[in-house]
Design a protein around this ligand. Structure first.
Ligand code: SF4
Ligand code: SF4
Length: 402
């Protein structure tokens, strides 16, 4: 008797359907291979919110009895494969129900695998992925994050490629033939998608990660309130008033210490302080009160509070003053304004490099305006079409020409 367990860590709403398809595909493939399977979402993540990390699980077992035995627990405490379909989650998972940051590899068993879609190198990803006490493997499918959720489904074959890769990682449970047969029979499947699964299976590269490798930072955490510390009734305390910044000038608002910190973010704002016209719109509109008012009257987005919603970019009236850039391009949460104040020339160079990186790893949640998906496909094709069409080169192009 044997079983295999995996989790799919995804961005709530944005990747909801993608994660569901992956887990459903695992179950259908396991049945094709004569095994038993089940998929389910993490209960605590049910009230899904845009971008909040969430998890689905899939279990495959040799027998029905073994499957039932594995289901007799709240959720898996360890998994053979952690599937991550947005590489900014390599910085850690702070889900709806989680009080702090959970390293992406936290549930991965020793010598298990973290399977990710990413255009980053393993070395770059390991700057973010927290160090783990036991060795494990990092398997990469070259692709940018697919935001295939409720609003827009990007038929970029990500689900098929993950399933093909999984067949390579767990051949004892999911044969490639079974995966391809299940894909072709699924309501979203096709022969082209099965071909994508085969390609991902053949090309998947896996790199062993030693217990000495990875980000050494201690993940952010805070104490859960004890039951006797909770107050009667439902009360939401107001956020305390902030304080002046320097010599009584400027203003730093207080922030909710319990609010999600970093892991909700797939993008962050980069601000060109030389272009700011001090209109205050970003400060007024930011839903998380992120902006510190600097002594010069500029606005510095505090990265310990920013959820990456992009409202500041949308409301800023100054051209190219606020630019949302992929979170994958950053390794710390330092103040941009402090950097600008210290050396304006160096800041310009840093900022230009960061904004330039956007061209390579553009991220979008696919719901900001009607027609955005079409526009993105065209842009990708204009740039060579490698990212979105990575499953079957030219396939999306052909689709768009019809
Ligand atoms: S992206 Fe901008 S508006 Fe949104 S939370 Fe961050 S600083 Fe605030
Ligand atoms: S919205 Fe733009 S121009 Fe206005 S204060 Fe904020 S950064 Fe400056």
């Amino acid at each position: 008797m044997a079983h295999f367990t995996c989790e799919v860590v995804y961005r709530g709403i944005f990747q909801k359907n993608l994660a569901a398809r992956i887990c459903r595909g695992i179950v259908l493939s396991s049945r094709k291979a004569g095994r038993w399977g089940i998929a389910f979402g993490r209960y605590g993540d049910s009230p899904q919110r845009n971008g909040i990390p969430a998890k689905d699980f899939a279990i495959v077992a040799d027998t029905q009895e073994e499957l039932e035995q594995n289901m007799a627990r709240y959720e898996p405490k360890e998994v053979d494969v952690t599937i991550c379909v947005d590489d900014t989650l390599s910085k850690g998972v702070e889900s709806w129900a989680w009080y702090g940051l959970q390293p992406i590899n936290r549930l991965t068993v020793p010598n298990g695998t973290v399977l990710m879609t990413s255009l980053q190198s393993p070395a770059d990803l390991l700057k973010d992925i927290h160090k783990k006490e036991a060795p494990y493997n990092l398997a990469l499918i070259p692709a940018k994050a697919s935001f295939s959720g409720l609003w827009v489904y990007k038929e970029d074959h990500t689900e098929a490629r993950i399933l093909g890769a999984l067949a390579k990682l767990q051949p004892g449970f999911l044969s490639l033939d079974a995966v391809c047969a299940a894909i072709q029979e699924a309501e979203w499947g096709s022969e082209l998608k099965a071909a994508s699964a085969r390609k991902a299976h053949d090309r998947l590269e896996t790199r062993p990660v030693k217990s000495t490798e990875g980000n050494r930072e201690t993940p952010f955490s805070f104490e859960k309130p004890k039951w006797w510390e909770m107050r009667e009734g439902v009360t939401i305390p107001a956020i305390p008033v902030g304080k002046p910044m320097e010599d009584g000038k400027g203003y730093v608002p207080e922030r909710n210490p319990y609010f999600k910190k970093f892991a909700t973010r797939t993008m962050r704002p980069v601000i060109d302080f030389d272009k700011c016209v001090k209109c205050t719109l970003c400060w007024i509109q930011c839903p998380d009160s992120c902006f510190d008012v600097t002594p010069e009257g500029l606005y510095d987005a505090n990265m310990e509070s920013c959820c990456g919603c992009g409202v500041c970019e949308a409301v800023c009236p100054a051209k190219e003053c606020v630019t949302m850039v992929s979170e994958a391009a950053f390794e710390d949460n330092a103040s941009q304004w402090e950097m600008w104040r210290k050396d304006k020339g160096a800041y310009q160079t840093w900022m230009t490099n960061k904004i330039h990186s956007k061209e390579h790893i553009t991220r979008s949640h696919g719901f900001r305006f009607r027609g955005q998906y079409d526009q993105e496909i065209k842009q990708d094709l204009d740039q060579g079409g490698i990212d979105i069409t990575a499953g079957i080169p030219g396939e999306n192009a052909a689709g768009k020409q019809r």
